[in-house]
Ligand binder design. Structure first.
Ligand SMILES: Nc1ncnc2c1ncn2[C@@H]1O[C@H](COP(=O)(O)OP(=O)(O)OP(=O)(O)O)[C@@H](O)[C@H]1O
Ligand SMILES: [Mg+2]
Length: 461
């Protein structure tokens, strides 16, 4: 009966508390991984393969864990008997297992009334409840973050991000999407919701840093205590504290005029830093906001390195809230307007101003014009278009002139090699500028109406 109740969440919480009591630090990702995998009977070699460590390292880290747990349980614990030992221990301390306090190496049990959190968060900076423990000082710098704004329903995206960051301990989360789609706004809300889980939070935009070294120096200055420790790297700080770093406008580090994902020379070692953050054991998280998905991230995702990407697609039907707030009329035509402008909140806000200024808020009157009005959207679209390589521009122009989309098997004649054509398609997908639909004839690519209109105008000018 007790065994059925004992899930791994309780064990990890107990181990977190123990580590805090003994070493005044939290479990790092490798230690968590070892406990979790050994609980499920994995071999050290399997853990080493999955997390890209040598078997020797896994064995050493595991050995230290068994030593600490053995001392606490007063019996010899190793990978073979870890689960059984914990279950035995749970039976004898079942009522109060989760809320155990550790004091000078001995467990003090508090009363049952202490139970409050049956599903403890994995990523919590204040795991222990022992009043003797020193809580780490929190330092949150959101001076570069925008203010919290009026926000229309993005519940699903927020839930996904929280799941990745708090529950799955994802090391790098990338949020991609076209300009104005809501990356910064969503992230600001996310940070407000999860900030209590982190000791250090730093929000920076790449628009402020012209080189990778300038950014690194700024990060280290922020993480360092008043008397900076010599020779500590960013990874050391990510291990030492539970940090959340938000790097906005990541596309600023990437070149224009080439396929996506080549770094400008001043940022050429960025890929190395990203890989290090993804592969090193720590409990921190890097959040990248970008128009385009960096290649390293795409590769790391296939390696199972705790990286996830959320591609934002617009507000969908909930954009009606935005139109309602602006007091537009002809509600029956709102969805048409929302679809035409891809439910991109920035694009909609701009068009809503035009509708208010020229049509006194009447959506029907605005839509009665036979062409798609771009107006102030043009400079925004231009920023995306001027980043493209010549091959990508050719694909965009080809797609802009297709009635229902371009089939991957009908390569336009301007392309001399398949390589160039497929490379351009792949790059445009990473930029979020083309959409893929699957049909019986194969993949068909399309452009959003606004982008199609813009590209058509480019070809004619
Ligand atoms: N969920 C939302 N509800 C209401 N308004 C929103 C929402 N998301 C974004 N907006 C509005 O849309 C505009 C653009 O949002 P935001 O700056 O977050 O986009 P972005 O993707 O970060 O753009 P960029 O890549 O150019 O930085 C802002 O004015 C913001 O207030
Ligand atoms: Mg932004």
């Amino acid at each position: 009966m007790y065994l059925a109740k004992m899930d791994f969440q309780k064990v990890i919480k107990w181990a977190e508390d123990l580590m805090w009591a003994k070493k005044k630090r939290r479990l790092n990702s490798l230690e968590r991984a070892i406990l979790e995998r050994v609980w499920k009977n994995y071999k050290y070699q399997e853990i080493a393969d999955e997390y890209r460590y040598s078997k020797g390292t896994v064995k050493t880290v595991a050995g230290n864990l068994w030593k600490m747990i053995s001392e606490e349980l007063d019996e010899k614990v190793n990978k073979t008997n870890f689960r059984a030992a914990m279950e035995r221990f749970y039976i004898s301390n079942s009522k109060n297992f989760v809320q155990s306090n550790f004091n000078q190496g001995h467990i003090k049990i508090c009363g049952e009334s202490c139970h409050s959190d049956e599903t403890p968060k994995n990523r919590s900076p204040t795991t222990p409840t022992n009043s003797d423990n020193i809580q780490p000082e929190k330092r949150h710098d959101l001076t570069s973050a925008p203010k919290l704004r009026n926000f229309h329903n993005c519940t699903n995206q927020l839930a996904t991000l929280k799941q990745w960051i708090l529950t799955e301990n994802t090391c790098i989360v990338t949020i991609t999407g076209l300009s104005g789609i809501g990356k910064t706004t969503l992230t600001r809300q996310l940070v407000a919701d999860i900030q209590d889980n982190f000791d250090r939070i730093l929000w920076r935009s790449h628009r402020k840093f012209s080189t990778l070294n300038a950014l690194k120096t700024n990060l280290i200055e922020f993480f360092s205590p008043p008397q900076p420790k010599q020779n500590l790297s960013i990874i050391d700080y990510l291990r030492f504290h539970r940090c959340l770093i938000i790097l906005d406008d990541f596309q600023e580090t990437l070149t224009t005029g080439e396929f996506v994902s080549t770094y400008i020379p001043e940022y050429k070692n960025y890929g190395k830093l990203i890989k290090e953050i993804a592969r090193s054991p720590h409990n921190s998280c890097l959040l990248l906001l970008s128009w385009e998905k960096p290649t390293e991230i795409a590769n790391l995702e296939t390696e199972n390195c705790h990286c996830h990407t959320l591609q934002l697609q617009g507000l969908g039907k909930s954009a009606t809230e935005l139109l309602k707030a602006k007091k537009l009329t002809d509600e029956d035509r709102w969805l048409e307007l929302i679809n035409l402008y891809s439910s991109n909140p920035l694009w909609l806000n701009i068009i809503v101003s035009t509708i208010q200024d020229l049509f006194n808020g009447s959506v029907a009157q605005f839509l009665s014009y036979s062409y798609l009005f771009l107006g102030d959207l043009k400079p925004i679209l231009h920023e995306h278009y001027q980043r493209l390589s010549e091959s990508e521009k050719l694909v965009m122009q080809w797609l802009a002139n297709q009635e229902i989309g371009g089939n991957i098997s009908s390569q336009p004649p301007e392309f001399s090699t398949n390589n160039d054509f497929l490379g351009a398609i792949q790059s445009l997908i990473k930029r979020g500028l083309i959409k893929k639909n699957v049909s019986k004839e194969g993949s068909v690519f399309t452009l959003e109406p606004v982008i199609k209109e813009y590209v058509k105008n480019q070809s004619n000018s």
